[in-house]
Design a protein around this ligand. Structure first.
Ligand code: FES
Length: 150
């Protein structure tokens, strides 16, 4: 049987999706500076025209070298956010447990991400890595305005 590797490059135990055969503390699967949740619900998937979008995003992150290390960007794929009319949708979180992590890019809901170019994504990744606002890569129309009860 062919060996299988998880997104961190560790060999995966047979019968598991991502559990490493040997835990490598230099590849802590749960460590991240920024976390991007992408939607693969029916309508967002239709907008992307592929089932492979999260895989493509992870590949782009790998190309920037931000798939590992202190500024790691983690991608998790979720089902419908209930924001289908803005599809394809992603939301961004910053690991606020990191004392030097700025919350400037925290809790951002972004729409129509299927229209983003690879250059735009990579600009977003570098901004996340540097703790700069990703707004410099986005237009106002890219944001889903969130209501609060303030
Ligand atoms: S399908 Fe993506 S928000 Fe509903």
């Amino acid at each position: 049987m062919a060996k299988k590797f998880n997104t961190m490059g560790s060999e995966v135990q047979e019968g598991f999706v991502c559990k490493p055969v040997v835990r490598d503390n230099n590849k802590p699967i749960m460590y991240y500076k920024s976390h991007i949740f992408t939607c693969s619900g029916e309508r967002c998937k239709k907008a992307h025209r592929t089932d492979e979008f999260p895989k493509r995003l992870r590949q782009m992150i790998k190309e920037t070298g931000l798939n590992t290390g202190p500024n790691r960007i983690k991608v998790s794929d979720v089902n419908c956010f209930g924001a289908c009319r803005f599809g394809a949708v992603a939301n961004f979180y910053v690991n606020t447990k990191g004392s030097s992590n700025s919350i400037i890019n925290n809790a951002l809901w972004i729409k129509k991400i299927h229209r983003f170019t690879e250059d735009k994504w990579k600009g977003i990744f570098y901004a996340l890595s540097n703790g700069d606002s990703i707004d410099k890569m986005l237009e106002a129309k890219d944001h889903i305005e969130m209501a609060t009860f303030d």
